[in-house]
Design a protein around this ligand. Structure first.
Ligand SMILES: Cc1cc2nc3c(=O)[nH]c(=O)nc-3n(C[C@H](O)[C@H](O)[C@H](O)COP(=O)(O)OP(=O)(O)OC[C@H]3O[C@@H](n4cnc5c(N)ncnc54)[C@H](O)[C@@H]3O)c2cc1C
Length: 411
């Protein structure tokens, strides 16, 4: 059977694109240079963030900028050598985060993220992945009452405007909900709608297995071998060349490499992040974001996973896990963490765009070439809905939502 679509990149986004196409009866090959779901989609905090109706903005307050510039806060780090190449993009990111522009971006973003649970739910049900997910939300813990009050005001506003539900817990209620917490916090904001996954890489594996069960083909190959071929596209795989009418670039943080070769200059950058698992004492019941220290503690199958904030560096530059050191110290104030599971921390790359929105839709200069990347902080959440949108656009059928705000032509 001839291949209709080549999907390049088997992270959450590429896998879901391939699966959504296969569910619609298309013949699809999913190509990755390694096993699926081993990069960013493996190492995240595993939260399906229904509450994230507003994307992660660049800080605008002077105090936050000062902390970031002098690496004082735990949530931002950067490599000096990367600044000349990344600074112009960070400036645009800061510019797009100005209140007026940001409000318009958040409107687009909220229309996309509102489908994240229903689209994951459908794929989880078909893939038998229910055992990996908890539908109980996650919490943001606060060390100070001032930070809690600010977050409560913001949450009430988001609930009113977007219907994302939350509850507030004072220090006592939080201590009862999380008996493993050894520090007394001011309280917590509990986002009620999100889901949490105990092994993000395993969820990608289940979706890949469902794709294969539907007749999809998984192949090893280098996406940078993609070339126009006849009326379509060709890529080299370890089992020989594959040809199809359509090709989807879903390479997450590596999308810039291929799109640049094809003549596109898209304003992409990466925000690196680290994680490590720890064997714990009583641990936590639900994921906890320690907003004032810039880390997440997520209970996972492999242990308590501590994830860090953003590091601006070149993709492939040697790891500098200073944030993880700070995060680990902050986490130890909260829970008992006897020892790390891995000797070396995991390092991954969030695939960012300057306007915080993913790039989804047709490649402006090439027929049959499609983009699906740049999902930044929420690609694990957005994989199924992004995959569905791409499948509908390739088919030319009615789309779930207006894809125009995500088109590559906006740059
Ligand atoms: C610390 C951290 C915490 C996070 N927490 C969350 C969270 O809680 N919730 C959430 O929604 N998101 C979270 N994210 C973001 C999320 O993980 C990413 O947005 C998402 O995984 C991106 O998926 P992707 O498929 O686009 O990219 P990836 O998962 O990186 O997949 C890209 C794929 O392309 C392949 N590839 C690259 N180059 C080539 C090539 N030349 N040839 C063939 N294949 C190639 C790679 O092998 C890889 O499999 C977090 C990220 C980090 C770093």
């Amino acid at each position: 059977m001839p291949t209709d679509v080549l999907v390049l990149g088997a992270g959450m986004v590429g896998t879901c694109t391939a699966l959504q196409l296969a569910r619609r009866g298309h013949s699809v090959a999913l190509v990755d240079r390694q096993a699926p779901g081993r990069e960013t989609s493996y190492g995240n905090a595993g939260i399906i963030q229904r509450e994230a109706v507003e994307p992660y903005a660049f800080p605008r307050e002077w105090s936050a900028l000062f902390d970031a510039a002098f690496k004082r806060g735990p949530d931002v780090n950067y490599h000096l050598g990367a600044l000349p190449s990344v600074a112009p993009r960070l400036y645009r990111y800061w510019h797009e985060s100005a209140p007026g522009r940001y409000a318009a971006i958040a409107r687009d973003y909220s229309r996309l993220i509102q489908h994240c649970l229903t689209e994951h739910d459908a794929l989880m049900a078909e893939s038998g992945a229910g055992d990996l997910v908890r539908k109980a939300g996650f919490r943001i813990g606060f060390r100070t009452q001032a930070a809690m009050d600010l977050a409560a005001t913001n949450a009430a506003d988001l609930q009113q405007r977007y219907g994302v539900r939350h509850a507030l817990l004072d220090g006592d209620a939080l201590a009862r909900a999380e008996p493993g917490l050894r520090a007394r916090l001011s309280g917590a904001l509990h986002w009620l709608d999100p889901w949490s996954v105990s092994d993000p890489g395993a969820l990608v594996d289940r979706y890949v297995q469902r794709f294969i069960d539907l007749g999809g083909r998984l192949r090893r190959g280098d996406a940078t071998s993609l070339r126009p071929d006849g009326g379509g596209w060709r890529v080299q795989t370890t089992e020989g060349p594959l040809q199809a009418r359509h090709a989807v670039v879903a390479l997450g943080p590596w999308a810039g490499e291929l799109t640049q070769r094809l003549g596109y200059r898209l304003p992409l950058f990466v925000k690196r992040g680290y994680h490590r698992h720890y064997r714990s004492g009583p641990g936590l019941d639900l994921p906890l974001l320690d907003a004032e220290r810039g880390l997440v503690i997520a209970p996972m199958a492999a242990g308590m996973r501590i994830t860090t904030g953003a590091e601006f560096a070149r993709i492939g530059a040697p790891p500098t896990p200073v944030q993880l050191g700070k995060a680990e110290a902050a986490a130890r104030e909260l829970i008992d963490l006897p020892e790390p599971v891995e000797s070396v921390p995991w390092l991954g790359n969030r695939p960012g765009t300057v306007d915080m929105k993913p790039v989804m839709g047709p490649a402006p200069k090439h027929a049959g070439l499609w983009f699906n990347f740049g999902h930044s902080h929420q690609g694990f959440t957005l994989g199924p809905v992004s995959g569905r949108l791409l499948a509908e656009m390739i088919e030319g059928s009615q789309t779930l939502l207006d894809p125009a705000p995500f088109a590559a032509t906006r740059f």
